[in-house]
Design a protein around this ligand. Structure first.
Ligand SMILES: Cc1ncc(COP(=O)(O)O)c(C=O)c1O
Length: 505
């Protein structure tokens, strides 16, 4: 029996969709949300950087899956009352922990526009993909890559680094590795980076099936730059042992102290040795926009691939990671996988191959490119470069304040925007760990910590474009205050950081 011969199925009485019954009402609500979020950014200094989450608030997020509808206004009130006050805090100029960008109103608006278009950038022939390709072309010209370089937006540099490992693997073992697996030959492959490199590189080696022990972590100099002579010696000895070096990962801005490896020396070594040269430029690669920093990134133009995040120094709202690959063909060889339901045409909506799904693991992908495109076009690279330069100048100011203060000690040379220091104390690791938590709970600033040669450092990474001299002064004053109290054994009770101003409702 054909479908036409069957009885027509009964359609429900109503033809309700998820669109609002009253567009005027949702328009008013939407305008309110937009105004509130613009006010949030405009008046961010009136709020604590971060505040601990009360148990009762956390408990609210353990409620059961809602089966029945709720009024949008009520759901929004939950957002304003219980989500906004307990966010990470990286919009705030006092946030200096880890490596977090501040975001911009422009990026926020672009994110809203992208959600409105609801474009899927896995593939097909539509202008959002041309926007992404335009950003790729801009990045290729910025980094001195050839015009046929290829690139793709991803969640973040952790993903971009994993993809670079997979591309380097395919380049080393040939495209058939994707069918037969890495096998016995793959077990001989070895990769190299420095002891100061980000942990996501070892994780990428693990996830790619090589195991993190196949990553050789080479020693660094006093500024945390990879020891190129030691790297060369290790490659030679590994070859002698029958192993097959296939990848070197250089760092353009190490996570702990912002060191930039000698990228020219690394690229020359990789060329000589015939190994893939990838650069983890999570935040440092965009330093190329700063006339002051660009010369220190010399050699980046010789990389085979670069990973970076626009959501760090690029100030694009999360998430906006990016990978660029010099040889577009090699990039496609690592990921393109034909499927009948993704058939390409030369006309119609299925035209425009290759598609972004040929360049990475994702098929469905959002329009991350739009907020980056808006940011680059609205501010221009000169202004973004000037912001990057300024964050480094602020780090220099923080360094000077530390050097002038006998109660503080600088723990590593300041090379970019990151400053590692501590309060001098007996039992310094404990005291400084407590100082950092106290400061975070005070809502005044939000540094993080790291360990440098076993010493716990207060780590301030100035990434946010809103951070100013007064925020550095506030950090120093707070470290000295909590330092005095913690080192005298005083139990610090952090005062209530006060109410966050409510979002206007
Ligand atoms: C040098 C470096 N590499 C990689 C990463 C990981 O980037 P993401 O958090 O975007 O995955 C970071 C994060 O701070 C980093 O600083």
């Amino acid at each position: 029996m054909t479908i036409a011969m069957r009885e027509a199925p009964l359609l429900p009485e109503t033809s309700e969709t998820l669109d609002p019954l009253d567009w005027a009402e949702i328009r008013a609500q939407g305008h309110r949300m937009l105004d509130d979020m613009l006010d949030y950014a405009a008046r961010i200094r009136d709020r604590p950087v971060w505040r601990p989450i009360p148990d009762a608030v956390r408990e609210r997020f353990h409620e059961k899956l809602p089966c029945q509808p709720s009024d949008l206004g009520e759901v929004y009130r939950e957002f304003t009352d219980f989500i906004v006050p307990y966010a990470t805090g990286n919009v705030h100029p006092g946030f200096m922990g880890w490596v977090h960008g501040g975001g911009t109103a422009v990026g926020m608006l672009a994110e809203m526009l992208a959600a409105g278009l609801n474009a899927n950038l896995g593939g097909r022939d539509h202008i959002p993909i041309e926007v992404e390709r335009q950003v790729v072309a801009w990045m290729a010209s910025m980094f001195g890559f050839p015009t046929d370089a290829s690139g793709i937006f991803v969640t973040g540099t952790s993903m971009a680094n994993l993809m670079a490992v997979l591309i380097a693997r395919t380049a080393a073992l040939g495209p058939s590795v994707r069918q037969r697996g890495v096998g016995a030959e793959g077990a001989l492959l070895t990769a190299y980076t420095s002891t100061a490199a980000h942990g996501c590189i070892a994780k990428a080696m693990d996830m790619a099936g090589f195991g993190s022990k196949a990553l050789r972590c080479i020693g660094v100099d006093g500024c945390h730059r990879i020891d190129v002579a030691a790297l060369r010696a290790r490659i030679v000895s590994d070859r002698k042992a029958g192993l097959k070096p296939f990848l070197v990962v250089g760092s353009a801005g190490t996570v702990d102290i912002g060191a930039i490896d000698d990228l020219n020396a690394l690229s020359a070594l990789c060329r000589e040795e015939g190994v893939w040269f990838h650069v983890d430029g999570a935040y440092g690669a965009l330093g190329i926009l700063s006339p002051v920093l660009a010369p220190r990134l010399a050699g980046l133009e010789h990389a085979d691939s670069i990973a970076l995040d626009f959501h760090k120094w690029g100030q694009v709202p999360y998430d906006a990671g990016f990978l660029i690959v010099r040889d577009g063909q090699r990039h496609r060889q690592a990921f393109a996988a034909p499927a009948t339901y993704l058939r390409r045409e030369i006309r119609g909506l299925a035209a425009g191959s290759p598609w972004p799904c040929d360049l990475g693991p994702d098929l469905s992908r959002g329009f991350r490119a739009l907020k980056t495109w808006f940011t680059l076009k609205t501010y221009g690279t000169e202004k973004l470069g000037a912001i990057i330069t300024r964050t480094c100048a602020l780090a220099g100011y923080l360094e000077a304040r530390i050097l002038a203060e006998p109660r503080l000690e600088l723990l590593a040379p300041v090379q970019l925007n990151t400053v590692c220091f501590r309060y001098r104390a007996i039992d310094a690791n404990r005291v400084n760990g407590e100082i950092v938590i106290d400061i975070q709970e005070s809502g005044i600033a939000a540094p993080s910590t790291t360990l440098l040669d076993g010493e716990l450092a207060i780590r301030a990474a100035i990434v946010n474009h809103r951070t100013a001299k007064c925020d550095i002064d506030a950090l120093i004053a707070t470290v000295l205050d909590f330092g005095a109290r913690r080192s005298s054994g005083e139990d610090v009770v952090v005062l209530d950081v006060g109410q966050s101003p409510p979002l206007a409702m």
